[in-house]
Design a protein around this ligand. Sequence first.
Ligand SMILES: [Zn+2]
Length: 352
Amino acid sequence: MQPVLVIKDERFALHLEKIPHLESPKRIKVINAVLNDPSIQGKWAGVQAREATPEELAWVHTPEYIRTVAMSEGKPLTTFDLDTQASEKSYEVARLAVGGVFNLLDAIWNGQSRRGFACIRPPGHHAEPNKAMGFCLFNNVALAARYLRERYSANRVMIVDIDLHHGNGTQKIFYDTDEVLYLSMHHFPSYPGTGNFGEVGVGKGEGFTVNIPLRKGQGDEEFAKIIFFLVNPLAQAYRPDMILVSCGFDLYQNDRLGTMRVTPEGYGLIATFLLGVAEKACEGRIAFIMEGGYSLRGIRECGLRVMQELCGVSGLNLKKIDKIVTSSPRKSPAISKVMEVQGKYWKVLRSQ
Ligand SMILES: [Zn+2]
């Protein structure tokens, strides 16, 4: 098996280095330490990060907004909103996160390996074209989708957002286009307030935004079922060139901002189902891009399980998988509702 490609760079710890914050530099130190776990040694290979250019950032963000973030450079503290700040090196680090993902996509697209994991911060999915929000400066995953189009003329990219929170920024950026199929499962109502069933896209983008708002307290099986009964058929129908995963670790049962009950084993299940989806839909091409997650233990344990699945070192309970794939999707109110709302656009969801 080809090694899993990984973006790992100590410099991601330089954002908010001296500022007490939930989105702390310790998060990157923890995920970097996971990569040293004996179970995955020799099964992954590092890819160098680089800084994205302002021209590249402008695929998604307005020039005015990019300048505003750039002005934070060298200043001890710049405040964008109540949650979102920058320190001296944040602009550089945020561009390194975006450029790191670009390099990862190059390596996957060129066949070096089909699976990648970007251990980056700051996260990105809340960042809007002209606004920093929810700890996010630049929208890493949205820029990644644009990169595939600009650099490789990819026609279709699927983004699966498994962060606890809705990716309002990603949704907004692709709301009116069919070039990206954006699917998000998240706690609702919760921060940032968007992501209800009826938000399905507009114009050419109608049916290309799929929201799965969930009540608090959902566990491993509910999320695995969503991947199996919704993400999978949609991916087979859409046939993306690549799948990008907005991979938050805040579904973890003891997350500091958390409301869900997902265990490390559950993250393993989610990852393995997503790998299966990518195998069938796009020859296995998939990149996991780190978003939120505010329990260091959660990042450590869930991050390790995700990496183990990517590396093909599975510790999964096959009975648990069997139970999920043989269950009835209609028993889940959220899945049932999505089938009803999105069945209008996706024939594949009508037949189940
Ligand atoms: Zn989150």
